[in-house]
Design a protein. Sequence first.
Length: 441
Amino acid sequence: MKISSWGKYPLIEGEVRSFGSEEDLGRFIRNLSPWIPRGLGRSYGDSSLSANMVSTLKWNRFLSFDEKSGRLHCQAGVSFEEILEVFVPRGWFPPVTPGTKFITVGGAVASDVHGKNHHKEGSFSKHLESFRLLTPSGDVKTCSRAENFPLFEASCGGMGLTGVILDASFRMRRIETSYIRQTSLRANNLDEIFRSFEEHRNATYSVAWVDCLARGKHTGRSLLLLGEHASLKDLKGSRHEKELLKTHRTKKINIPFSMPGFMINSLSVRIFNWIYYRRVPAGIHTSFIHYDPYFYPLDAISNWNRLYGKRGFTQYQLVLPAEKSFDGLEKILDLVSRNGLGSPLTVLKAFGSENGMLSFPMEGYTLALDFPISNNLFSLLDSLDTIVQECGGRVYLSKDCRMTADAVKRGYPRLEEFLKIRQELDGDKRLKSMQSERLNI
């Protein structure tokens, strides 16, 4: 069957297999080659693509929950959407969430996902207590900070290359309402948005939308959106008071087919950016919004990846160390604007400290840009790679579809540790993705 990940590039021939028990899974992975675990397929490139993909989507039961501590134990195929539906009405929220709720817990471990609170709360692995891993040999290992810690580190951000996550335990966050107190403000350029991030370091959540085509004195023109979980007191007397812990809507706008490729171009992105930037008046504004549009704005549109056309798209997400972030991002935004390959979705976030072998975040700033696949795109991304490498940064493997093995080696200094564990687990490397083959990991 033809299959791709969320970016719709590359499109490959592959077989997706489900399992009904650990014994069934252990039996057939010993006879598959090559194979890779796969959840909801929301990585953007080829990290969950292989000739054989082991789907965890039917492995999706909640196993236990401790109301006092917030400790949730569930199978790896449980999605964040399911977690929200079950636990928000009970007053609990995921400790870390990426920009979509359509990911699995196993995928959250494999990508070591981060969110708008990384500068304070770290990535998903920081809140992960333990997980069980089925290795390529069919052995099941419990991994935690106290047991099999090297394998724990290798699996968090390891892109599924250590085995199949079977189940995981992590602690949820207590909330009083399902609303966010959002504070929004404009920044006229990169200098202003950096100062705003630093001034609001104590905010639980922070994210900026960036006009990637703004140039000159307006390079880095942005909207900063800060967030805090709204309390009962915050919403007393408001229109939200009758539905304090309501969950997200399930009805969504649908994009029924792939849009013509020419729709996203320099002119259309400039018009969109001009309108989007001015939707927030000058000054500081506070409002209360539901968690869904704050954390998952694009989830309101089914199949939004079709907006980029039949050829698909890629998200280029980079992180630069704190001391190089300003100068590096200035060069990157200048190069993007000069090339005219505008990204309608350009997001800037602050990161805290790094952890893990292949975990993406490092202390500094991360920028994510969405680009439609085009004939001259990859040459631009190669140039961006050069800037990232010169600054000592790296590119997110969960979004990558074209990086080189040398770029990964330079960006991930603990790669050799990871490869040693890979060799011990799967000497003949039957467990591999298209990405791992391309990057020689």
